[in-house]
Design a protein around this ligand. Structure first.
Ligand code: IPD
Length: 262
């Protein structure tokens, strides 16, 4: 896809995500009245997730009918197209339902196993992250960079977890962080976790297994902000997920060793 086509998608997608954020925000404000279903262990979907995804896919499909789509709630459409939009309509659904303002709309575009466009929007805090490969990463229009953290004993990691992986694995990564005197937190939104690593609020994000819709946008945002990131899309990551390790370049060798990631 040439730069003109990509630029067109970048601009259009930002408008779509802003609107999707308002759809989600309206429902967040009346969250007690929403229908919520349980998908698995600590895994929920609300009618807001569905409405938001339907809106994003509908708008993009109308503008770019040949593009492929992969959404957390709707599965795949036009599979096999050159470019695949990857959508998490609400990342941090548990927070959304509980009224904790740590959730976002996340939209990424993947071409040839690379994340080339990413948009992450938290309409509660009005924080809008966007990046296009080669063009830098921005938060509300201002360029962002990863932190300058050099050593783990001065760093703060965001450690994600889901019941898709054994509990002990997460406990071991928390232990390894603490043993290295590294601070850690878990906020319940992988997409925002990546965004916070991109703008230096955290020095990195690690999760032993995460799905493509949680990180497709965050990968290009963090990478354009100067982060070191593993090849998440290798070996079928787009369809079955993979581990993710995103951090400042100086921390990468140590963290890779701890996480067992090459
Ligand atoms: C989850 C969140 C969580 C991460 C999980 C994801 P959801 O996504 O991003 O922080 O640790 O791996 O499944 O269910 O809130 O969209």
């Amino acid at each position: 896809m040439d730069q003109t086509e990509l630029g067109l998608r970048y601009r259009f997608a930002q408008g779509v995500v802003r609107e999707a954020g308002q759809i989600a925000l309206e429902r967040y404000r009346r969250r007690d009245s929403l229908t919520i279903e349980r998908k698995g262990r600590q895994d929920f979907v609300s009618e807001a997730d569905k409405a938001c995804e339907e809106f994003v896919v509908g708008a993009l499909l109308k503008a770019f009918p040949a593009d492929a789509f992969l959404g957390e709630e709707g599965g795949a459409q036009n599979a096999g197209g050159e470019a695949t939009w990857i959508i998490d309509p609400i990342d941090g659904t548990t927070n959304f339902i509980a009224g904790i303002p740590v959730w976002c709309v996340s939209l990424g575009l993947v071409i040839g196993g690379k994340s080339v466009l990413g948009i992450i929007y938290n309409p509660v805090t009005e924080e809008f992250y966007a990046a296009q490969e080669g063009e830098g990463a921005f938060l509300n229009g201002k360029r962002i960079r990863v932190s300058s953290a050099q050593k783990l004993d001065e760093a703060r990691m965001h450690l994600g977890f889901s019941y898709r992986r054994p509990i002990q694995e997460h406990v071991s990564s928390v232990t390894a962080c603490l043993e290295a005197s590294c601070e850690y937190a878990r906020f319940g939104s992988g997409a925002l976790g990546m965004a916070f690593a991109a703008d230096g609020r955290f020095d990195g994000y690690y999760e032993a297994h995460i799905n493509a819709w949680d990180v497709a946008a965050g990968i290009v945002i963090a990478s354009e902000a100067g982060a070191s990131i593993n090849d998440f899309f290798a070996g079928g990551g787009i369809s079955k997920g993979n581990p993710i390790l995103c951090c400042t370049p100086a921390l990468a060798p140590q963290l890779r060793e701890i996480a067992g990631i090459s």
